[in-house]
Write a protein of this length. Structure first.
Length: 59
């Protein structure tokens, strides 16, 4: 099952294009780097899980 690769930050609506830097939790909540850096302990505000750099897909 592939990642959904959402294209906007859930907090501020900034674009998170497929090849760009974005952070996700295990539920695929998606955040731009600016918002992720502002979360305490870089934890997902929805589920509390740790955020990881979203992987990129090969073309």
């Amino acid at each position: 099952m592939a990642l959904e690769m959402r294209d906007t930050c859930e907090a501020c609506g900034a674009p998170t294009p497929e090849g760009g830097l974005a952070f996700i939790c295990s539920y695929e909540c998606t955040w731009c780097s600016g918002c992720a850096d502002g979360f305490p302990r870089r934890a997902c505000p929805n589920c509390g899980g740790d955020l990881q750099v979203r992987p990129t897909r090969a073309a």
